[in-house]
Design a binder for this molecule. Structure first.
Ligand code: NAP
Length: 437
């Protein structure tokens, strides 16, 4: 250094970064300064040893336009033919990404582990497990699941009861809402989507998983006003209620035909049937077995409470006519009593079996009172019908209203809540929130 300085040059030692930061010789000579970092606490930084006189140098090239070099970068990165570029000038530039490119998200997914509630074998309660991307099924859309919900069927699946899960191991959860990870099937990465039923937790892995790969046939864009939480607060239960009402309307039901009964009224489907019918201007009678929930049902819009025991006696072939229509979530002896009490040309939408799958009824209501019994299935409902139902639900409900009928839960809460839903002790809806990695 001195040799250089002797010749009039400027010399300084070359040191490693760590040396400069730690060696005493460099700490006191004005080359560094001590300051307080808001998160890191006290830190020593280097002070640039130069001063600029006059104007700062300006840029000599324009900044690149967004996407200008993408094709060249992709080609270089992936050593594949340059992607075909579609350009409309002026306007946005889009690329056909070659199918075999290792997409960033897939690379990321291969390292990912996530939590899921999985039924491992028949008659055994499902378990909270850690899975990786390889455990996901083949499918059309990879979704980062943010929310799911708890339904009666979920209770059965979680507790290892028969009738829901048909192949093992299988992730439970008949509903899901989340964000699309990869562009596919008309959806773009980042789109919010929902899927209910459609084999989830029956033949395909379901929504109690932080990631899921799903078939696109029944996927609906998340209704904009409801968002993912609101959509799951409604979930299969609310969709089923809406599909039941659509069937009743298609059979000619209008509010002026007379009161409409909802059975199993405090349950998930019942809650939405009562509330939706009331919002549409119907006079709603609600049947419940819960004596302490009459105020809740009145708050949803029910004007008359029918205690469940009024509908559980030995059904007569025909009884006093009381209702123009019914959304029945219960089946069994309750449905048989309901049929016997329908008005002339009354319509009943049968959507549930909380009280049993049998129907101890006679044909008298059908042949003497022109009563119709209509079936409702939400699991395989066609896409157009789903969209129609979700549009109606999006119009009718706000998040504020939904917060009054839904509570939040996590994956860990599912076994306890499953016991409760099978005992008929859950009021309204449960939204299961995934905490994503
Ligand atoms: N068709 C479809 O696509 C579809 C879709 C979803 C659900 N479902 C079915 O619809 C039914 C309701 O589903 P959910 O999710 O609303 O279930 P949920 O939340 O458990 O509600 C069922 C309600 O039925 C009543 N109930 C329970 N056990 C009963 C019994 N032994 N006898 C008479 N009433 C009883 C209770 O209401 P109260 O105490 O107020 O009487 C209970 O809250 C279930 O059977 C479910 O499998 C069908």
């Amino acid at each position: 250094m001195s040799a250089v300085e002797d010749c009039g040059g400027v010399a300084a030692p070359v040191v490693a970064w760590e040396d400069g930061a730690t060696r005493r010789a460099f700490l006191g000579d004005g080359a560094s300064a001590s300051l307080h970092h808001p998160f890191g606490g006290r830190e020593r930084i280097f002070v640039p040893p130069w001063r600029i006189e006059g104007a700062f140098p300006g840029f000599t090239r324009r900044a690149p336009l967004m996407g200008e070099h993408t094709d060249a970068v992709l080609a270089a990165l992936h050593s594949c033919p340059t992607p075909k570029m579609r350009s409309s000038d002026p306007g946005p530039v889009t690329y056909d990404r070659p199918r075999d490119l290792p997409h960033e998200s897939r690379t990321h997914m291969s390292e990912l582990t996530f939590r899921a509630f999985q039924a491992t074998e028949p008659k055994k309660p499902a378990e909270l497990v850690h899975l990786s991307a390889e455990d996901l099924p083949a499918g059309d859309l990879l979704v980062k699941v943010t929310h799911s919900s708890l339904n009666y069927k979920d209770g059965l699946a979680i507790l290892g009861r028969p009738g829901v899960v048909r192949t093992f191991p299988l992730i439970c959860g008949i509903d899901l809402a989340g964000e699309v990870v990869d562009d596919a099937h008309g959806f773009a990465a980042g789109d919010n989507v929902i899927l209910t039923g459609s084999g989830l937790s029956e033949t395909r892995p379901g929504g109690y998983s932080q990631y899921q790969r799903i078939m696109a046939d029944h996927v609906v864009a998340t209704p904009s006003k409801l968002g993912p939480w609101g959509a799951m607060a409604i979930g299969t239960a609310g969709l089923t209620a809406m599909l039941s009402i659509l069937r009743l309307e298609a059979a000619g039901l209008t509010p002026d035909r007379g009161p409409v009964l909802v059975t199993g009224a405090t349950g998930g489907v019942g809650t939405f049937a009562v509330s939706t019918l009331a919002r549409l201007g119907y006079e709603v009678h609600a049947s419940t077995g819960k004596e302490d929930e009459h105020a809740y049902l009145a708050s949803l819009g029910a004007t008359t409470i029918v205690p469940r025991e009024k509908l559980t006696g030995e059904p007569r072939a025909l009884d006093r006519q009381q209702w123009a229509a019914c959304v029945d979530c219960v089946g069994g002896v309750v449905l048989a009593n309901v049929l016997a009490r329908m008005d002339y040309s009354g319509v009943v939408a049968a959507c549930g079996l909380a009280g049993g799958p049998t129907l101890p009824a006679t044909v008298m209501p059908f042949i003497l009172r022109n009563v119709s019994l209509l079936g409702v299935d939400s699991v395989n409902a066609p896409l157009e019908l789903r969209r129609q139902a979700w549009d109606r639900l999006d119009d009718l409900y706000s998040l504020t209203t939904l917060k009054q009928v839904a509570v939040d839960a996590t994956l860990e809460d599912l076994p306890r809540l499953s016991e409760q839903i099978l005992r008929g002790q859950i009021r309204g809806r449960v939204v299961v929130t995934m905490s994503n990695p």
